[in-house]
Design a protein around this ligand. Structure first.
Ligand SMILES: CC(C)(COP(=O)(O)OP(=O)(O)OC[C@H]1O[C@@H](n2cnc3c(N)ncnc32)[C@H](O)[C@@H]1OP(=O)(O)O)[C@@H](O)C(=O)NCCC(=O)NCCS
Length: 192
């Protein structure tokens, strides 16, 4: 699968921008100055909206591709742990900047493969947030598991409305957290 927030196959124009061959572009070709300005504005929009490829194929994914995630975590998982998590998951979707190849977001699902799935990780790099990338990731990973009865995740209260917009139901949850498991090789012996 290789598609985009602005689709890389198909419509790659930001919403609202004229397409080549449409009225705006034809007028610009006739040299009307106000439309040249409009075209520049579109070019700027174009630059601001990176083309994102979404993929379920992890075969070429390396630890080096997974930098910048787990923002604000005191002891974030290592890139090796991150890669192992993704490779060990039931379903994964990664988002890459088509221009740089950089992995800018990911979501994974673990599952019994029969009835139930759980989405433990979803993250978009800070500089790529607010562009609809996580919505694409969640929709795509849910589509990958349409045969499952239940797909659950936990989230902080402020994100509830966001997940409800994606069609999810609010539930109460309980959890265990063992922080010492994260990035164990970065810990001093006294901490472990
Ligand atoms: C949450 C996160 C994945 C959203 O990614 P994103 O690509 O920026 O999301 P989108 O552009 O699709 O926007 C999703 C919506 O969530 C909202 N949102 C994002 N982060 C939010 C937060 N911390 N609290 C409340 N709302 C938030 C956005 O405002 C947006 O709302 P809108 O649709 O009404 O405009 C991203 O902020 C992130 O990686 N956060 C750190 C990790 C994290 O919290 N993961 C979620 C675990 S449950």
């Amino acid at each position: 699968m290789s598609e985009t927030g602005r689709e890389s196959t198909g419509d790659v124009h930001p919403p609202g921008s004229p397409r080549p061959g449409t009225e705006h572009h034809r007028h610009r070709d006739r040299g009307q100055p106000w439309l040249t300005v409009s075209s520049r504005a579109c070019a700027s929009l174009w630059q601001d909206a990176p083309v994102i490829n979404y993929s379920t194929d992890l075969s070429d994914l390396t630890e080096q591709d997974l930098s910048g995630f787990f923002v604000g975590w005191p002891a974030p998982p290592t890139a090796a742990q991150h890669l192992a998590v993704l490779k060990g998951s039931y379903r994964v979707v990664v988002a890459r900047d088509a221009g740089t190849g950089r992995v800018v977001g990911f979501v994974n699902m673990i599952s019994d493969g029969v009835l139930t799935g759980f989405i433990p990780w979803l993250e978009v790099l800070p500089e790529y947030q607010g562009k609809g990338i996580s919505g694409q990731l969640v929709r795509r990973v849910l589509a990958e598991a349409e045969h499952l009865y239940s797909v659950d995740l936990t989230c902080d209260e402020p994100l509830r409305a966001y997940y409800e917009k994606l069609g999810m139901l609010p539930l109460r949850g309980m959890a265990v957290r063992r922080w010492q498991v994260l990035a164990p090789e970065r810990r001093a012996p006294a901490e472990s």
